[in-house]
Every structure is written in C-alpha cells, then in structure tokens.
Design a protein around this ligand. Structure first.
Ligand code: SF4
Length: 318
C-alpha cells in the first residue's frame, strides 16, 4: 500500500472516530450494523460532504466504551420519529411539508429522509435590516473600529467580529464571546465552540463552510447574558453582517440570539425546532452549545433541530 493511500485511510479513520465520539455525546448507546454512507450528502459552496449515518438505537447517555460494544437492543429504546413541536405563531404545516412528517424514519435518532424540496418559507416579519453605502464585511468591521459604544468595551481584550465563509448558506448566531473568544478574537473556540464544530460536522459541513457570529462583539463580564442596552447598541453590526451574507438558514443559538433576531420574548425552550423568518431567511432556534454542555440530555433535541436544517439545505437547488 502506498504511503499516500495509507495516510488517506488514516485520515478517514480519524474522521470516523471523531464522528462516532460526537454521536456518543449525543446519547447514542448502540450502533446496529455497519455505518453506511448518508443519502443526504449536504452540498455547501459547491462542495459535497458525505456524512456517515449509522443505523442506531438510543438510550440514556452511556460511557465512552459503549459504541464499540453494542448493548442489547429492545424496542423500548428505539427513539420515535421526531414530531414537529407545538407551533406558536406560525403553523408548522406551513413550513414543513406533511409528507415529511409521515416518512418512516431510520438512522440517527430516527433520521428523516431528505425532503424532495425545500420547506415553504415562514411569513416574514418586518425586522430591522440596516442599509449602508458599503455593505461588505470589511466595511462593517471598519465601522466597528475600536468600539466604545457600550460598556462591554471596558473589559474586553478583543472584539470578536465573526468569521467564516462570505457566501455561507448557513450562519450560526450566539449571544456573545466567552473567555476563550475574548482572548483570541475568534467566535466559538472554547469548549462550546468545539461542540459546535461537532454539530457542524454531524450535518456534513465544515466550520469553514459556515459563518459564525454573535449578537454582541465584546465579552460580557463573567459570561453573563448581554444586557438590553448592550444588545440594542451592538445588534446593528450583526444585522449588517446578515444583510451582506444573506444565508439560506440562520441557526439562533440560545434565547438571547433568538430574541434579538426575532424581536420576541419567547424562550428558546419554547421556540426551538420551529422554523421562523428573519427578513426572508429561514431561522432555526435551538439550544446554545454551552447549555448542551451543562445539560447533555438536551443534545437529542438539538440534534433533531439540526437535522431539519440539514434536510432543508440539502433540498435546496445547487
Ligand atoms: S459590544 Fe458592540 S457596541 Fe459594545 S463596545 Fe463591543 S462592539 Fe461596541
């Protein structure tokens, strides 16, 4: 075997190992049979990324070693098909076609089969979308400058502007930088960021395929939730970023990001999993990775939300 082939096989093995580790973190207790190539290789930025979706059965979170030694399977531990959560303002039927709900599901947590067409868009609300002479990301960053517009500048080390692909179809929005982000100037690089990387990989994408930003660009002291005046001052830059990026989907991570975008007081617990709309862009509210680290039992719900995102994106025309 040539050295090149050997190295490639080694890289694939490492990737699979990482993927399996993430499934275990999501609560996967057993993998029944060999992994098979996903039918929903998600394309982003003209790059196809095949993901591996083993047929699995799920029970409570288990020890690291369980995946390599499948536990006995009973019908009682098979996860039921994911049903759309109770709708609040927009009927789910308007967003997710009914035929999708009826699909017999198999795979990770009862994987949905890829939809044949994108879900219809939710009705658009009138939300702020700022105009500027130069809409580019560079111009937005230049406008922020060494910002002192709100009190969060007092303790920051770096402004965390956001980063990623300028033509990303998928954008993740968090509430604000943490300690690692403040130290590096990059979004989502701490433990929560590492979990976000795994979530991105689980839907068949790489971090460089997507764009990641926060509502406020400077770290709130002690990682507290950004205060209303801080959000009100800083959100203009996020809105301009989104207006430039025009992604197909925005994933709002946690209540502050969701509430800022949608101008609502709804909590993420109530809203998660339901498609919303921000200026004609589909929004999927879901839990923040930092919350998932504290409450790993919620990973299953977050994964259900992310599968909707994956299926929506994979059904879009290239
Ligand atoms: S959080 Fe935003 S508005 Fe406040 S100082 Fe930082 S960049 Fe400026």
């Amino acid at each position: 075997m040539s050295k090149v082939i050997s190295e490639e096989l080694g890289a694939i093995a490492r990737q699979l190992e990482e993927q399996l580790k993430f499934y275990r973190e999501l609560g996967v207790a057993d993998i029944n049979g060999a992994a098979r190539p996903a039918e929903t290789a998600l394309r982003a930025n003209s790059k196809a990324a095949a993901i591996v979706e083993p047929v699995i059965h799920v029970s409570a979170p288990v020890a690291e070693s369980v995946v390599s030694t499948p536990a006995p399977i009973t019908d009682a531990v098979i996860i039921e098909p994911v049903q759309p959560p109770a709708q609040t303002t927009t009927p789910v039927e308007e967003i997710m076609p009914k035929k999708k709900e009826a699909v017999t599901q198999a795979g990770l947590f009862g994987d949905l089969a890829p939809p044949e067409e994108p879900a219809p868009r939710a009705k658009s609300a009138a939300l702020p979308l700022l105009e500027s002479k130069d809409p580019s990301l560079e111009a937005i960053r230049e406008d922020i400058g060494e910002c002192t517009r709100c009190k969060l500048h007092e303790h920051r080390t770096h402004i965390v502007f956001g980063e990623g692909h300028p033509q990303a179809k998928l954008v993740f929005i968090g509430e604000g930088p943490g300690a690692d982000e403040d130290a590096t100037g990059r979004p989502f690089v701490g433990r929560a960021g590492q979990l976000l990387d795994k979530i991105i990989a689980a839907i068949g994408l790489k971090r460089e395929d997507v764009y990641i930003a926060n509502v406020v660009k400077c770290r709130p002291p002690g990682n507290r939730t950004p205060e209303r005046d801080e959000v009100a001052t800083c959100e203009q830059f996020l809105f301009r970023q989104l207006a430039f990026l025009r992604p197909k989907v925005i994933v709002a991570l946690g209540s502050p990001a969701f509430q800022c975008l949608l101008r609502t007081k709804e909590t993420i617990t109530r809203a998660r999993g339901e498609w919303r709309d921000w200026n004609g862009i589909q929004v999927m509210p879901t839990f923040h990775p930092a919350y998932l680290l504290r409450s790993p039992d919620k990973k299953r719900e977050a994964w259900a939300d992310m599968k909707k995102v994956r299926d929506y994106l994979s059904a879009l025309p290239d």
